[in-house]
Write a protein of this length. Structure first.
Lengths: 248, 229
């Protein structure tokens, strides 16, 4: 389970997130939607401390992953990122072979011997629905894969270190409809083993893949509810205006 | 106005036109029946095709709207409601044409004025046109406060229908020779009763669109409305 308690976040003097509290249950998919600059990606990145290196940031409140505050003094960020994996908008494979891309996290963290790594790579590629397409060319460069395959490779890389949580920041926005469909099906499959949080600008995607949806605007969480309810009968007028395209 | 809103306005306009056409058919069915006006009955039947054409056009346009614009929330509820409303209006149009056929087929015209008055058929017609007109206003104004009043009118229609069975039973027991036209009359009254049910269904669709509440199959008791969740 992931939980945010009274989160306020600032970029310098800019108040980017305003008193956000929400709980994302384990083994569910939560989608964040909202206009550009509403704070949804900032909020997502808080959960594996991707904002830490930005100058002038300030955070108050608590981010809890599996009950522990990830901004606690004793928390090691690299350890946290084994628990909370992240997939970005643009596929970003390393300039290495397909196999080495997936094995990378295991190697740098000294997790297991050669046999274990090989097994973990295979399992991760199977979980990412990519194994059948790459099993005969594991030594080939990751750059030889299509965009959709590269994105699934990045998901496999995130899965290899056995995280509990997967954060996805617009994971299919750079992909064609077929690759998008594969990623969405993958998200659906993965939620039985992982807690998934996805930021998307595609509202139909949010409707298709998520169990719950949060609508952000101007740094506030306007509405957070079951996805079915959000897209049939949202509570707030602001939400309705946004999802029906009447916003602005 | 955005192009999606224009498309939606155009859809609403088609339903508006269909509604007016059906209302006109029902009013003419009343005149035709009460005055035994065969010419008017023929006009109703000839115009039935227009109502059918409206239904096909609205179905097709709603399908296109869903496929092209992926509506959600209030827009989705509206499109779903319009599909069902147009289908229900078409059924009402069928019933109006059915009544017109009775007028042409003879039978009903042999009924005595006293009997027609006792059966309260004119009141049935008037109540139904009132329900259909009020429904139109409810959709146009997106105001469902009168929905309870409209649904209550359906209960009035049902009561007239139930009473009519007793009236006809007594009448036909005394005049067995009139059984044929009595049965014909019962068929007309049955059609009117069904139109009342359809008008109620339309109101339920408007409540679903405006308030996101499902009134269907709850016995229409009022307080048991299930909110879509």
């Amino acid at each position: 389970m992931i939980e945010a308690k009274n989160i306020d976040f600032y970029y310098g003097s800019f108040h980017a997130l305003k008193n956000i509290s929400m709980t994302m249950e384990a083994h569910t998919v939560t989608a964040f939607i909202g206009p550009s600059g509403c704070g949804k990606s900032t909020f997502l990145r808080l959960f594996n401390r991707m904002n830490d290196l930005i100058d002038g940031i300030r955070l108050t409140g608590e981010c809890l992953v599996q009950g522990a505050n990830i901004y606690g003094k004793s928390v090691q960020v690299d350890e946290l990122r084994k628990t909370v994996g992240m997939v970005f908008q643009k596929p970003n494979p390393f300039p290495k072979s397909i196999f080495e891309n997936v094995a990378y996290g295991l190697r740098v963290n000294n997790l297991g011997d050669k046999k274990f790594i090989a097994q973990q790579v295979e399992e991760s590629l199977i979980a990412a629905a990519l194994w059948d397409e790459v099993k005969d060319k594991l030594k080939k460069s990751a750059f030889e894969l299509s965009g959709g395959q590269q994105q699934r490779l990045c998901i496999a890389r995130a899965l290899a270190v056995s995280p509990a949580v997967l954060l996805m920041d617009e994971p299919a926005s750079a992909l064609d409809p077929i690759s998008t469909s594969k990623i969405e099906e993958l998200i659906h499959q993965l939620k039985k083993d992982y807690t998934i949080v996805i930021v998307t600008h595609n509202m139909q995607q949010a409707a298709r893949v998520s169990d719950k949806t949060g609508f952000f605007m101007l740094g506030e969480l306007v509405e957070f509810s079951e996805t079915k309810k959000m897209f049939l009968n949202p509570e707030k007028k602001q939400t309705q205006n946004y999802i029906t395209g009447r916003f602005g | 106005m955005k192009h999606t809103e224009r498309e939606m306005q155009s859809l609403r306009e088609e339903v508006r036109q269909m509604w007016k056409q059906v209302l006109s058919q029902l009013e003419k069915a009343k005149q035709s029946f009460l005055n035994n006006d065969v010419e008017l009955a023929l006009e109703i039947i000839s115009r039935e095709k227009r109502v059918d054409a409206f239904e096909l056009k609205i179905d097709s346009d709603c399908e296109n709207y869903i496929a092209l614009y992926s509506p959600v929330a209030v827009d989705l509820r509206l499109v779903l409601s319009l599909i069902k409303i147009s289908s229900t209006l078409e059924r009402i149009g069928d019933f109006a044409a059915g009544i017109a056929r009775h007028v042409i087929d003879d039978g009903c015209n042999k009924a005595e004025t006293v009997l027609i008055e006792e059966l309260q058929i004119e009141k049935m017609f008037d109540t139904l046109t009132g329900m259909l007109s009020d429904g139109f206003v409810a959709l146009e104004s997106e105001n469902t406060r009168i929905s309870g009043k409209i649904l209550a009118k359906d209960a009035e229609v049902d009561e007239i229908y139930n009473n009519a069975i007793d009236v006809l039973t007594n009448c036909l027991t005394a005049n067995p020779a009139s059984i044929r036209y009595g049965l014909k009359l019962l068929l007309v009254i049955r059609k009117l009763e069904r139109i009342g049910d359809h008008c109620s269904n339309i109101i339920e669709e408007i409540v679903f669109y405006v308030d996101a509440k499902v009134l269907k199959h709850n016995g229409r008791k009022g307080d048991e409305n299930r909110i879509v969740d």
